[in-house]
Design a binder for this molecule. Structure first.
Ligand SMILES: Cc1cc2c(cc1C)N(C[C@H](O)[C@H](O)[C@H](O)COP(=O)(O)OP(=O)(O)OC[C@H]1O[C@@H](n3cnc4c(N)ncnc43)[C@H](O)[C@@H]1O)c1[nH]c(=O)[nH]c(=O)c1N2
Ligand SMILES: CCCCC(=O)C(=O)O
Ligand SMILES: [Mn+2]
Length: 485
């Protein structure tokens, strides 16, 4: 692998134009590999692939390439590396941190045509999928076998995109995040080398075999290589499931209840908190009639008798903390409606405040600090006089506060950044993190340094520069280029 001394790197990147351009010659070289139907420079395709769900403005790539195979990816990487052209992997564009924006131009590697479900090992509870397969497609495929892949960011994200952001969702309190559920990945490195992070064809449930490359690439946000295939854990669909809702007279009481439920060791499948602004948005958007108060959504799974026992204990704890209206939903359709409404929180808020720009925080704290952190967030929003719907995967100590602003009002944008920074610093002061699941992307690069400290940050830089010496993989994300030159 090519290595350049720092001085050479610095002079190479003295200006942004030091990256190569995707001119006609490059397009034609790439066409020779993937075929003309799989490269485009059309404005609409470029804009679409330079945008995600975040408030960061569109940064269109110069071309969009849709490889059909790992060897396509590898050959295109070789061309880009030798002409020093940035490559930005793209899954389904549902990310929240500006990860797909082409800050320095380059090629978007859009993975949606690599759609094969390579294998499902029903009795071993694992599956291997190519990069374009979404979590919904995988679940549709394995449902009849009594299996599911439970990691559920609300959107229909790609499984490999989820690997790259270390995604999770409402089920993490029971099943963990992508970090605990990825067994192996095929990755194409910046120079075109193809590796399997745990060895080709390996899918053991545990391993002590050398450095954990799988977890190095989980959460790497496209900055270390293109993930072309992932082997993930599957789980059995539980025999019985029940959902419950309870509302509280204060945020503190609702969140204190979460801590108590967890301390009792109740094996919950899901526990989500929504404040009254969020319930109000959900009522309107998802046609619910819930009391507009701090509320917990819970789910229990297991055998029918086990589920009943868990739900009764949870009810006792909720009522003991002033919880009202504890109600059960055992029917599949009722539960679906509830969780669909929960997954649609983002869209519900956007619909409630039309014309406003939405941003979501993503802090996570050790659960004993959760009540204090949520109350801090609530009060900070009150002080700043901004509406602040909150929803969270509180079983993991992780929650999101939606911040709304007028798109063109720079003062409001700055206020949002200030709010989000104060909240992140508070979470870090409790031993938590600025991001539980959305990643660093563009907006949290400085917070990353504060969180991990100089030693760990310098080590991250060494990893980045060793795997991608010409800095072509998703440049400017996670680590600012200024820190790498
Ligand atoms: C309504 C709603 C609700 C939620 C969420 C989104 C939306 C719209 N999300 C966020 C999002 O779904 C999550 O970050 C996904 O992991 C993004 O997957 P995409 O395939 O869309 O990646 P997307 O295309 O957005 O890319 C994200 C990042 O990964 C990189 N990347 C993508 N594919 C890659 C590949 N094959 N190889 C290397 N790098 C690659 C990109 O370069 C980029 O940096 C979320 N998330 C979460 O964790 N928990 C949640 O609860 C939710 N909830
Ligand atoms: C911005 C919060 C929406 C995405 C998300 O992570 C969730 O709904 O849990
Ligand atoms: Mn979330």
């Amino acid at each position: 692998m090519l290595r350049l001394p720092t001085r050479t790197l610095r002079s190479t990147f003295r200006s942004l134009s030091s990256y190569g351009k995707v001119d006609d010659k490059i397009v034609s070289l790439i066409c020779n590999i993937v075929g003309p139907d799989n490269v485009t420079t059309s404005e609409s395709a470029r804009n679409l692939h330079g945008t995600d769900e975040s408030f960061h403005p569109t940064r269109a790539p110069e071309a969009v390439v849709t490889p059909l195979s790992t060897s396509h990816v590898s050959e295109v990487m070789k061309i880009c590396n030798s002409h020093r052209i940035p490559v930005i992997p793209f899954g389904t564009g549902t990310g929240f941190e500006g990860g797909v924006g082409a800050l320095y131009g380059g090629v978007c590697m859009a993975m949606h045509k690599m759609t094969e479900i390579v294998e499902v090992n029903q009795s071993d509870f694992d599956a291997t999928v190519r990069a374009g397969v979404t979590r919904h497609q995988l679940n549709d495929w394995i449902r009849a076998d009594g299996l599911h892949f439970p990691i559920d960011p609300g959107a229909g994200a790609s499984v490999c995109g989820m690997c790259s952001t270390s995604a999770s969702g409402t089920n993490a309190v029971r099943y963990g995040t992508m970090r605990e559920n990825v067994l192996n990945m095929e990755v194409v490195l910046a120079d075109g080398t193809v590796i399997h992070t745990a060895g080709e064809g390996r899918r053991p449930k545990k391993t002590s075999c050398g450095y954990n490359l799988t977890n190095l690439f989980v959460g790497s946000e496209g900055t270390l290589g293109v993930i072309t295939q992932a082997t993930v854990r599957l789980h059995g669909i539980p025999e019985a499931t029940a959902a419950a809702i309870s509302s509280f007279d204060s945020v503190q009481n609702a969140v204190d209840t979460v801590v108590m439920i967890l301390q009792c060791g109740l094996p919950l499948a899901r526990i989500e908190f929504l404040n009254s602004d969020m319930i109000s948005a959900c009522n309107k958007f998802s046609n619910l009639q819930l009391k507009e108060a701090p509320t917990l959504f819970l789910e229990f799974i297991g055998s029918p008798s086990g589920v009943e026992e868990q739900a009764m204990l949870a009810e006792e704890l909720c009522v003991g903390n002033g919880g009202e209206n504890f109600s059960w939903a055992t029917e599949h359709s009722e539960r679906e409606q509830l969780w669909k409404a929960r997954h649609n929180c983002w869209y519900a808020v956007k619909a409630t405040y039309p014309g406003k720009h939405a941003y979501s925080t993503d802090v996570v704290v050790p659960v004993s600090h959760l009540p204090e952190t949520v109350v801090f967030c609530h009060e900070l929003a009150g002080e700043m006089g901004v509406p602040a719907p909150i929803v969270g995967h509180v079983g993991d100590g992780n929650f999101h506060c939606f911040l709304l602003s007028n798109q063109d009002d720079e003062t409001e944008t700055l206020r949002i950044k200030d709010f989000s920074r104060k909240l992140a610093l508070k979470a870090q002061s409790f031993g938590g993190s600025c991001t539980g699941e959305h990643g660093i992307g563009l907006g949290k690069r400085e917070l990353l340094i504060e969180e991990v400290g100089t030693g760990a940050f310098e080590t991250m830089k060494i990893v980045k520069k060793s795997l991608d010496p010409l800095l072509i993989m998703n440049p400017g994300k996670v680590i600012d280029l200024d820190h790498l030159l």
